[in-house]
Design a protein. Structure first.
Lengths: 332, 349
């Protein structure tokens, strides 16, 4: 049985810069069910990280501003919480890990200090006990000799170990939602596989939901139950993982899938040129008229240049922001 | 396209492949590069980073060799040694039969035009204070490859080849996107009409939708100009797509080299197997695949203090007693298929 954990509705975050308004996230709507994994796929500048920071309410203001929308988390709207209440949610209910663990860990505190802090703050534990729990967490994420490692500084750990330490910190209060922003992008493939296994193993144990943000379609395929594809600040397609791979509908999703080299494909289908998506990601200050993907879209027609398409919903929760699916849509 | 190749003058007075009976464009023999670790006031050498430790391979004209491995395995160091951007500690680099590893800077100049490089980061590899025409044209002028008045025409031609407009000549690098900058880098490397281009992570800094554009560009330029490439990358899917032959590196040594198809369908070294199975495949059924794969544990060991015997034995799923003692040499196990692993008999006393 599926039960909703978090629901984003029309979330809009803009940045007001001297050059103009950067429309980083524009009316983004999606939800994550308890214990499920949502993959958020997109290229740099598509708004996937800003969406995550908006959920955590970590948008620097100024220049950023959350202009509208709701984030319903277990019945309450996170955007309405006081800063004090939001601090309680962060770390305890929703935790986040980042791409580059070296820059997100504090270099002047030991690993143990940084993990123990969450116990001291959220569970009012004494320092010695918190340190012991920190060591247990390090053991849980597969760091050898945790009793020694708690006293080490981030620079003494390898990249993979640092990301494990980040995960230990994020998991310390057994959050209900773990947001992972490109958690393996800075890591080698063999280490990436270890970290993904660790995250999903912990998920099975604790039953948390995961929102994983990545540009890597392969990572998405390995970990997600559901997928949201973002382009230029908007959700352009959302579907279950099977639907996304078997019946992708948005031309951008299709373009991405055929533009990436896939291991072994050239021996099965013969070597072919990769299909390119022409052009560039649009400037978020000067967005094109009509559909945002229209200038690069191989199947764009007249309506696309005139009107911005809504997210049409097809069967079983498949949403597509494209005029081509208008006729099949159940509701506009 | 048959452009009058300015360096045909060079070809005639340098040693050609046939003269030395060597049908390889480039052959590397026992290449080593150790970086000293200095400590203290006097800068005493207290140890070495064994970045590249005895690597041999060769590349034919018109061939693309992919060099894969995880970060710190020494693959970029090899690329830089080939261009003499680093001086190799030991070993030989034969370019068309001639050992270029010991040439003086002056003697090296004529080879500089023949081997060019494309760098990973299109942001830091272009001088921000030069216009595009200067970035691309500088080497043309330095090497006197085109008559004085003609270099601007050549720049225009090069821009067109990499899919940029002639009007871009007067722009500065910051005016371009990452993908366009990488095209400028490609144009710069083509300017010399080289025989070999070493591309170090040519697409890894680019967005997914832009990577395909640059990969396709490299592919078509190769066919058009009969180029050879050494493509250094960590992304196995990219390397496999673009390469004819692939060399897998681990901690400063080659562990397996094979034709692209053999490496994918018939990997022999446990590390190659592990790498292949760790690559996430963008296709349905990923969760099941993830659970069934053979995952190696632990981190890459340190190149400062590499493990004894086979360097992979600390992480290997098939490690045996003698792997700790014997460092297996690269032995031939099939046509163009070499592997350095005791499972295949190499190095038994």
């Amino acid at each position: 049985m599926r039960e909703s954990l978090i629901q984003l509705k029309n979330l809009t975050t803009h940045f007001f810069t001297p050059e103009g308004v950067v429309k980083a996230v524009e009316r983004v709507t999606f939800g994550i069910d308890k214990g499920r994994t949502l993959g958020v796929l997109g290229e740099s500048g598509c708004g996937k990280s800003v969406t995550a920071l908006t959920i955590m309410r970590l948008i620097p203001d100024p220049p950023g501003k959350i202009l509208e929308g709701e984030i319903t988390f277990e019945g309450s709207d996170l955007l309405q919480l006081s800063p004090g209440d939001m601090r309680q949610v962060r770390g305890r209910d929703i935790a986040m890990i980042f791409q580059e663990p070296m820059t997100s860990l504090n270099p002047v505190y030991t690993i143990g200090d940084q993990i123990a802090e969450t116990y001291v703050i959220h569970q009012r534990m004494g320092k010695p006990e918190a340190f012991q729990r920190a060591a247990e967490m390090l053991r849980l994420v597969g760091i050898p000799a945790p009793e020694r490692r708690v006293h080490e500084y981030p620079h003494q750990l390898s990249g993979g170990m640092r990301q494990r330490a980040m995960i230990a910190m994020a998991m310390s209060c057994r959050p209900k939602l773990l947001i992972a922003d490109e958690p393996t992008t800075a890591l080698d493939v063999t280490i990436q596989a270890q970290i993904l296994d660790l995250m999903l193993g912990l998920q099975e144990e604790v039953g948390m939901a995961i929102m994983i943000i990545t540009h890597d379609l392969g990572v998405i395929a390995e970990v997600s139950d559901d997928v949201v594809v973002m382009y230029a600040g908007q959700v352009v397609e959302c579907a279950s993982i099977e639907t996304l791979f078997l019946q992708p509908r948005h031309p951008y999703t299709l373009g991405l899938m055929s533009s990436i080299p896939q291991l072994g494909r050239k021996f099965k289908e013969g070597k072919a040129r990769l299909k390119e998506i022409p052009g560039l990601v649009p400037n978020l200050i000067r967005l094109p008229p009509g559909c945002l993907f229209q200038p690069r879209c191989p199947v764009a027609f007249h309506t696309c240049t005139q009107q911005r398409p809504p997210l049409f919903s097809l069967d079983s929760g498949h949403g597509v922001r494209c005029w081509l699916v208008e006729k099949e849509a159940r509701n506009p | 396209m048959d452009r009058p190749a300015p360096e045909s003058r060079l070809t005639s007075n340098s040693i050609s492949a046939t003269e030395s009976g060597d049908d390889f464009l480039l052959r590397v023999q026992g290449l080593k590069k150790y970086f000293p670790i200095r400590k203290g006031l006097l800068g005493r050498t207290v140890g070495y980073v064994y970045a590249v430790d005895g690597v041999s391979f060769a590349i034919r004209r018109g061939e693309t060799l992919g060099l894969v491995g995880e970060s710190g395995c020494g693959k970029s160091t090899i690329g830089r040694c080939l261009l003499r951007l680093y001086e190799a500690t030991d070993g030989q680099i034969f370019f068309q039969g001639m050992d270029i590893s010991k040439l003086s800077p002056g003697e090296m100049i004529q080879f500089r035009t023949r081997i060019q490089m494309i760098f990973q980061d299109p942001y830091s590899s272009l001088n921000p204070r030069l216009r595009v025409r200067e970035i691309i044209g500088e080497s043309l002028r330095v090497h006197n490859l085109v008559p004085q008045g003609d270099w601007q025409d050549r720049v225009r031609e090069l821009l067109a080849e990499v899919g940029l407009r002639p009007a871009h000549r007067a722009s500065y690098p910051h005016e371009f996107s990452g993908g366009q900058r990488q095209r400028i880098g490609v144009a710069r490397s083509l300017a010399m009409n080289p025989d070999l281009i070493v591309a170090d992570e040519p697409v890894s800094a680019l967005d997914v939708s832009i990577q395909a554009q640059v990969i396709n560009l490299l592919d078509s330029l190769k066919d058009k100009h009969g180029l050879s490439y050494i493509v250094i990358a960590h992304d196995l899917a990219v390397v496999e797509h673009i390469s004819d032959r692939i060399a897998v590196m681990y901690l400063g040594k080659l562990v397996e080299t094979a034709r692209d198809r053999d490496l994918y369908l018939n990997p022999k070294h446990p590390y190659t197997e592990a790498l292949l199975s760790a690559v996430p495949i963008p296709a349905p059924g990923g969760r099941e695949r993830r659970k069934s794969r053979k995952l190696i544990q632990g981190d890459v060991a340190s190149p400062i203090n590499p493990p004894s015997g086979c360097r992979f034995h600390t992480r290997c799923l098939k490690t045996m007693e003698e792997c700790r003692r014997i460092d297996p040499p690269l032995i031939e196990i099939g046509p163009e298929h070499h592997v350095a692993c005791l499972l295949y008999g190499g190095g038994r006393p």
